[in-house]
Design a protein around this ligand. Structure first.
Ligand code: ATP
Ligand code: MG
Length: 665
């Protein structure tokens, strides 16, 4: 195992210079070698999908195994309540497991799992199927039937995938709660969904410490009426109380269960899961996904966006399975495609800041998918960590979760991809279930910071906020004007909020995304942030992401969050929370230099009035900056919902910092 390097060269002047020179490159075409071998390399695929988009999705659905074929591709008789592959029957776990085993691919590794302590497990498709069948039977033995909601609150261990697939096998919708959430958040989600069972663990390992989980869960779920059983995985031998009649050990019920559990045929529109959004804008919403359309959407996008060659590739999505990214691109998409995947239990900086790159070297990862926030953390730690490992197996990189600032894109391109790997910047949401706006790596010429164009068959548009008229070139609201197979079907038990949130603005056939976007002269879409992340300085409408990107372009800056603060003179003024690289200290010189950088990139009016040094920013547990909290702090308002905040202490720290930060004259 690698050791921590002793020196941090965060002042990597040469690298800065190289990245700056790349900033002038407008487009990055697919490397010739990549294009030649790509599954899709002919731009005609866009036209083909456009001519008959329902037919295009039907063609994708045909790649799956159906017990009974559908009668109708799309039922759009009652928008916005769409139904896909009506009358069709399939089973998601059958498609992810049995199908591959039956085709003689049972020995292929489905999941390379690495524990935080260095322990390893390799699960083949046959192994995974055997585990899933037994656990599905164990759930049935506990009285779980089709339609019963099953809560899952687990760390990144293989059992999380087993549990999800076992639920899918018997038609019990799962409700995964990210392992980093506090037990109160679990309780809320179990109560709301009336979960019958909760699957959890005795203890979880995080940065070398074992935290008791079952014990903490017990303190809050005791009085939940619907909850009949808690299934506990003995992962670390952490002591916990087992309430008789309610609590059971995973290993015991699995050992007692039958080995064979045939996959239950499900209607295409039977629910597959409920998942709550991360909560960066409002109270979390219970997104409901169903079976046939969802699997079609994630399987097709996983194959084509990541150019998956299942016999050769090792695909690693470094998200947590508790987010939609993990659902769609750790579990369902990759397994349906018969891919070999990687799962890491630990944090990106434990046991050392190079662990991700060590994992890529160790498993020969060819496709790597992560979030801009993680890339920025790596930039802050320094390029010498990835440079210590052999990353030559990589051939494609991806990002998701936020707009990626060009500097981070270029760093990813140069340091991780060695200028050899295309980058797919994928825009999508918990609600969309599948990637929606993205390059196709063998076709699209990418531009750093743009998610480029819609996936074939998807109709996205940028429209003006009042009448919803198309804006050919310029900034407006992002909308989706056509249903797509993996779209959410409703908000769980709240059809009204579903219609209100997404379809009230422009009518029942236009889905309001909630993000602002710009379309450039080439038709490329630049998602610039949430609708409410727009600042108005003296009548200039600026996206916070644009200003942040300019600030981060300064060589000492690792991360920045920008908000608008009420200002007597200009209406709103820009207030920037800035995290510097490594151990650099904030000084008035750097402050001035940052203002100059912003002035040079955008204009003088965009210069931040206040710059607040902060070692950390308030983020959701999925790593997104919660600007609405920064706004509350800056305006001295009571804070909104903070239950999804990763580290509540950051809020107090920033409250004090802002009270004392000077203003620019
Ligand atoms: P909530 O809806 O509860 O506020 P959330 O929107 O953060 O939470 P997600 O569904 O996980 O929850 O995130 C989707 C959002 O993330 C998108 O609407 C967009 O704002 C942002 N996003 C995702 N991918 C990209 C990308 N490639 N480029 C720009 N923004 C992205
Ligand atoms: Mg959202």
């Amino acid at each position: 195992m690698a050791t921590e390097p002793t020196e941090l060269d965060t002042h990597d002047v040469e690298l800065e210079r190289e990245l700056s020179s790349l900033l002038d490159v407008e487009r990055f075409p697919p490397p010739e070698g990549f294009r030649k071998r790509a599954l899709l390399s002919d731009p005609k695929v866009y036209e083909e999908a456009e001519q008959d988009w329902q037919g295009w999705w039907a063609k994708q659905a045909e790649e799956l195994h159906w017990f009974k074929k559908w009668d109708k591709v799309l039922d759009d008789s009652n928008p916005p309540f769409y139904k896909w592959f009506v009358g069709g029957q399939l089973n998601v776990s059958y498609n992810c497991l049995d199908r591959h085993v039956e085709a003689g691919r049972g020995d292929r590794v489905a999941l390379n799992w690495l524990g935080e302590d260095g322990s390893e497990r390799k699960l083949t498709y046959a192994d995974l199927l055997a585990d899933v069948e037994r656990f599905a039977n164990a759930l049935k033995d506990l009285g779980i039937k089709k339609g019963d909601v099953v809560g899952i609150y687990l760390p990144m261990i293989p059992e999380v995938a087993v549990a999800m697939l076992a639920c899918a096998r018997i038609g019990a919708p799962h409700n995964v709660v990210f392992g980093g959430f506090a037990p109160e958040a679990v309780r809320e989600r179990m109560e709301f969904a009336e979960a019958k069972v909760l699957i959890t663990v005795d203890g979880a390992s995080r940065k070398g410490t074992i935290t008791p989980i079952k014990q903490a869960v017990d303190l809050v779920v005791g009085d939940l009426e619907s909850l009949e059983h808690i299934i506990v995985i003995a992962a670390h031998g952490t002591p916990c109380e087992m309430r008789s009649g309610r609590d059971v050990w995973y290993h015991e019920i699995v050992a007692a269960a039958d080995a064979k559990c045939p996959a239950e045929p499900m209607d295409a529109e039977d629910p597959l899961y409920i998942l709550y959004t991360s909560g960066s804008t409002a109270k979390p919403k219970g997104i409901l996904h169903t079976s046939g359309g969802y699997l079609t959407g994630v399987t097709a996008t996983h194959r084509y966006v990541f150019d998956l060659h299942p016999d050769e590739d090792v695909f690693w999505c470094a998200a947590d399975v508790g987010w939609v990214t993990g659902h769609s691109y750790i579990v369902y998409g990759p397994l349906a495609n018969g891919a070999t995947g990687v799962m890491y239990e630990g944090a990106p900086d434990y046991p050392h800041k190079g662990i991700w790159w060590e994992i890529i070297q160790r498993y020969g990862v060819t496709i790597f998918y992560t979030a801009p926030t993680a890339i920025r953390a790596c930039i802050k730690w320094g390029a010498e960590y990835p440079r210590k490992f052999d990353l030559s197996s990589l051939r494609l990189l991806g990002t998701v979760g936020e707009p990626i600032n060009p500097k981070a894109w270029l760093w990813y391109h140069k340091i991780i991809g060695a200028e050899r790997c295309p980058i797919v910047d994928t825009w999508w949401q918990t609600e969309t279930g599948q990637i929606m706006i993205t390059p196709l790596p063998g076709i699209t010429e990418t531009k750093p910071g743009s998610a480029t164009t819609p996936f074939p068959g998807v109709l996205a548009d940028v429209v003006d906020e009042h009448e919803g008229k198309t804006i050919k070139e310029g900034q407006g609201l992002l909308v989706l004007k056509r249903p797509w197979p993996a779209m959410l079907r409703t908000l769980y038990r709240d059809d009204e909020r579903f219609v209100e949130t997404y379809f009230k603005r422009f009518g029942n056939t236009t889905y309001l995304v909630g993000d602002a976007a710009r379309r450039d002269k080439d038709g490329y879409i630049w998602v610039i942030g949430r609708i409410d992340d727009v600042v108005n300085v003296s009548g200039h409408r600026l996206s916070t992401a644009e200003v942040e990107s300019a600030i981060v372009a300064h060589e000492s800056v690792a991360e920045a969050a920008v908000i608008g603060q009420s200002d007597e003179l200009t209406g709103q003024a820009i207030c920037a929370f800035v995290t510097l690289q490594g151990t650099i200290e904030g000084t008035t010189e750097i402050e001035e230099a940052i203002r100059e950088t912003v002035a040079a990139h955008i204009g003088k009016f965009a210069r931040p009035k206040r710059i607040i040094w902060s070692n950390d920013l308030p983020k959701t547990r999925s790593g997104k900056i919660m600007r609405r909290l920064l706004r509350d702090i800056a305006e001295g308002r009571a804070l909104g919902d903070v239950t999804t905040l990763r580290d509540p202490a950051v809020v107090d720290m920033l409250g004090q910092a802002i009270a004392t930060a000077p203003e620019e004259d």
